[in-house]
Design a binder for this molecule. Structure first.
Ligand code: MTE
Ligand code: MO
Length: 212
């Protein structure tokens, strides 16, 4: 059969459309461990849920780096190794949730830009103007993740889509959502949104969270 005849039989092929995502179902158990639900969070972000457009989204890595980087959502998921870990989040308000997180390592992102020796802290910036900072040592040696999935499903807008920091061993206010920029700095006294309002800059779960 000649090619034109085949096309006639099968009909004119339509251009491939992009697959549409169906609603995802979150997992509630991982390697025998019970997980909380992504609906167990108490949404109390400073300006309410942010709606970030996946195509327009950009993550900037700058400050004390060898060369600044700007990544797209697909660029991050496609260029860096993926990791999974179950980590508990605790808010100072008294609630907590156990979640299976999947993400990329902050270490890998920072190394792609080249960390200058003077850098001591990473200041994270978010879509809603929220900021928080964490010591570089902690981010590098504890393999801290920036998550794009919770319980095997993509982060919803209110949960921080596209990325939330999985700041293990730190109070919830260090778990910045809607991350848009990671700025390396030598300013160990930098205080983010809640930290400048009296919350501990270390934010360690094992210590008091209020300083004043
Ligand atoms: N960008 C941004 N990230 C944020 C916040 C915020 O207001 N803005 N709130 C923090 C606080 S106080 C907590 S406890 C965690 C989880 O809050 P959630 O339940 O609102 O997701 O997100 C943190 N990350
Ligand atoms: Mo919180």
């Amino acid at each position: 059969m000649s090619l034109p005849a085949l096309l006639l039989v099968c009909g004119t092929p339509r251009p491939a459309s992009r697959p549409k995502a169906l609603a995802q179902v979150e997992v509630r158990e991982y390697q025998g461990e019970k997980l909380g639900s992504t609906s167990d969070f108490h949404e109390n972000s400073i300006k309410g849920p942010q709606h970030v457009n996946q195509e327009k989204y950009r993550l900037t890595i700058d400050g004390l780096v060898d060369s600044s980087r700007v990544y797209t959502y697909e660029g991050i998921l496609g260029s860096f190794p993926h990791y999974k870990k179950v980590v508990h989040i605790y808010c100072v308000e008294g609630w907590d949730v156990n979640i299976l997180w999947e993400g990329v390592l902050v270490k890998d992102l920072l190394n792609s830009a080249g960390i200058k020796p003077e850098a001591r802290v990473a200041i994270f910036h978010a879509q809603d103007g929220y900021t928080t900072s964490l010591p570089l040592d902690y981010l590098l040696s504890d393999d801290i993740m920036m998550a794009y999935n919770m319980n095997d499903a993509q982060l919803r807008p209110e949960r921080g889509f596209p990325f939330e920091l999985v700041a293990q061993d730190k109070w919830g206010y260090k778990w910045i959502k809607w991350i848009t920029r990671i700025e390396l700095s030598s300013d160990t006294n930098y205080r983010g949104y809640w930290e400048s309002r009296g919350y501990s800059n270390k934010g360690n779960l094992k210590e008091r969270f209020f300083e004043r």
